[in-house]
Design a protein around this ligand. Structure first.
Ligand code: G3P
Ligand code: CA
Length: 253
């Protein structure tokens, strides 16, 4: 097992989970701009594919929770998606913001930020990987070492590896689904896991193989305590929903 590539930064990585989602509508360009201004190490983006095969930044399969639309992203073409907006309330103020394509995000940040992008199967098929790699190559993101790709799907990761073997990959495990034996057996430099599955044994054993542990958090109420706990265990990356807290925790404020 080669040691984990340090294509982001060597020290614990601060990864803006869906952008600065505690300050602006998640997965939007302003949310990523705020994160970039606050000095994170990478921008975390979830990919969804529209009915006409375009790649947008959105976590959920459906539009309902975060936008003015309803139904699934895959039900609409990109231009139909653009007829909706994200909508969230911050400090009693309703904010509406465009739903970005991943190319629009790359056009804004170009080679000034590291992109930590999550791929997923589409109706069980690995169909987004090829157009995604073509897009990254069009913008020279791969050659510049500015991309890390993460997925819950090994099928997706293996398709990425076929297309662009130089990209560092993260295998994600869902909350309560972490399997140390599997995590130790796979050939990926990074393992992503939900914080409550992180313990001293898993971190130490993955580290002994030269793998990094990148942690995400699903409970906003316990996130600060969980970040402190996993920090004591020496994890290597934080998909944080509170950039200021993580910077302060890691002494980077
Ligand atoms: O990609 C890390 C983390 O985002 C995985 O969980 O559901 O927030 O995409 P989710
Ligand atoms: Ca994600």
């Amino acid at each position: 097992m080669e040691s984990a590539p340090s294509s982001i930064v060597d020290s614990p990585k601060i990864i803006a989970h869906r952008g600065a989602n505690d300050q602006f509508n998640e997965s939007t360009i302003p949310a990523y701009q705020i994160a970039a201004e606050q000095g994170v190490d990478a921008l975390e983006i979830d990919l969804r594919m529209t009915a006409d095969g375009k790649l947008i930044a959105m976590h959920d399969e459906s539009l309902d929770r975060t936008t003015t639309g309803t139904g699934n992203v895959s039900d609409y073409t990109r231009s139909e998606i653009k007829s909706f907006t994200t909508v969230e309330v911050f400090n009693n103020q309703t904010i509406k913001e465009e739903i970005p394509t991943v190319e629009e995000i790359i056009n804004v940040f170009s080679d000034t930020e590291h992109y930590y992008i999550e791929t997923r199967l589409v109706d069980g098929e690995a169909v987004m990987e090829e157009p995604f790699i073509e897009l990254l190559n069009k913008h020279e993101i791969i050659t510049k070492g500015l991309i890390t790709i993460q997925s819950f799907s090994q099928t997706s990761l293996e398709r990425i590896r076929e297309l662009a073997p130089e990209i560092p990959l993260t295998l994600l495990f869902g909350k309560g689904k972490f399997n140390l034996r599997e995590a130790l057996s796979v050939d990926y430099p990074y393992i992503g896991m939900e914080s409550t599955d992180v313990n001293v044994e898993s971190v130490n054993q993955l580290h002994s193989q030269g793998k990094e542990v990148h942690v995400f958090f699903t409970d906003m109420h316990t996130q600060k305590k969980e970040q402190e706990r996993v920090n004591d265990l020496g994890v290597d990356g934080y998909f944080t929903d509170d950039i200021a807290f993580t910077k302060q925790l890691l002494g980077r404020d």
